[in-house]
Design a protein around this ligand. Sequence first.
Ligand SMILES: NC(=O)c1ccc[n+]([C@@H]2O[C@H](COP(=O)([O-])OP(=O)(O)OC[C@H]3O[C@@H](n4cnc5c(N)ncnc54)[C@H](OP(=O)(O)O)[C@@H]3O)[C@@H](O)[C@H]2O)c1
Length: 381
Amino acid sequence: MTDEEDDDRTTMLALVHDPDTHSLTLSEVPIPVPTGPDEHLIQVHAVALTNGELKWPEPATQTPAIPGYEVSGTVVEAPNKSSPFQPGTEVYALTDFNRRGNACEFAIVLTSELRQKPEALSWEEAATVPLSALTAWQVLFVHGGLTLPNEPVTRPPTPPQIYSIVVGDDVNANKRVLITAAAGGVGLWAVQLARLAGVGHITATCGPANVDFVRSLGAHRVIDYTTLRNTGDAGSSSVNPREGGGSGRNSPSTTHGRTRSSSQSRYGSYYSSDKYDLVLDCVGGDTLKRAWTSARHGGTVISIVMPPDKLRPETGVGMDVRGVFFIVHADSEQLQAITDLIEARAVKAVFDSAFQLEQYEAAFAKVQSSHVRGKVVLRLA
Ligand SMILES: NC(=O)c1ccc[n+]([C@@H]2O[C@H](COP(=O)([O-])OP(=O)(O)OC[C@H]3O[C@@H](n4cnc5c(N)ncnc54)[C@H](OP(=O)(O)O)[C@@H]3O)[C@@H](O)[C@H]2O)c1
């Protein structure tokens, strides 16, 4: 809304979700009016969609309900002159699931959710970062027991320096981490951040078309999940022709040829011997069951799909393995740390495909296929 014509507008185009029928329609709805001391009005340029979001309970309470919780755009109105995000600032954000989403021309975003968009990223790339990267960050460093450096991650001038800031922690170097759906929105961030944090060994799973991509993100070992059997033969996954080579402290080269543990359940695990300190499940179902049996004694299974205890196998899991489920929250300090890593070219944002807002049906069909590399984006202005 920068010219007179825009000033007269009171309505905008929005993708409206009916939570009862799960139908989506493009509708004219009132442009939101910022009222609170932290509320900024932004013009939305791109919004990323998340698999399963149309079934989440929180957004369904909004009228109208609008999907899309990670967004990039330009500030149109700031609440006051002291806001760091004045009109014209290019920003990105994860917005609260208890408010309307951002698949609309204009949206309200709070100071605590906003950060300046990394200059190197397109609108589409930027929109894929906040929800997915913050989820991965909170998996690893808030719930997963990995450590961050004592010093705050500051904006380093070159990538090598950020490596020296982040890497070098013995706690992380002694950890083995398993990440499922590593080519998905959250998984690709989890692999990159775990590698940057100096994790000793990272195994990641994905489909056959994504093996090289996931290896390029920093996984020491990559497993094509389509070659795993799920029939009760737990040992079937022990050595896989598509696995990448390992270079971590607990390199898989030291594990080949070992026989499977007698404690494994019929769901199988991702490895027959060395297990994982931290397992991130981004899939649910049988993959989550397999995640449980892949965790070592004292390890942690984090599912971002569902509370993992619901699918904890009765056998093959140590009594002291704990399950964690959480819902990501906006944290602008964490988003700044991620922004710094992006600016330093230490990590990359990836989007699978972008659609115009009017192509929302095709976009959601792609998201719900569960076979995307990174996120699917809707383009607006
Ligand atoms: N709790 C939270 O706060 C939170 C936050 C973010 C997301 N989530 C949830 O987390 C889940 C993951 O979302 P996402 O955006 O990261 O990814 P996604 O879009 O759900 O997953 C896409 C990826 O999954 C892979 N995949 C499909 N089936 C697989 C299997 N059986 N084993 C391994 N990989 C498999 C695909 O690989 P191929 O194409 O190679 O087959 C694809 O790269 C969703 O359910 C989402 O709702 C929760």
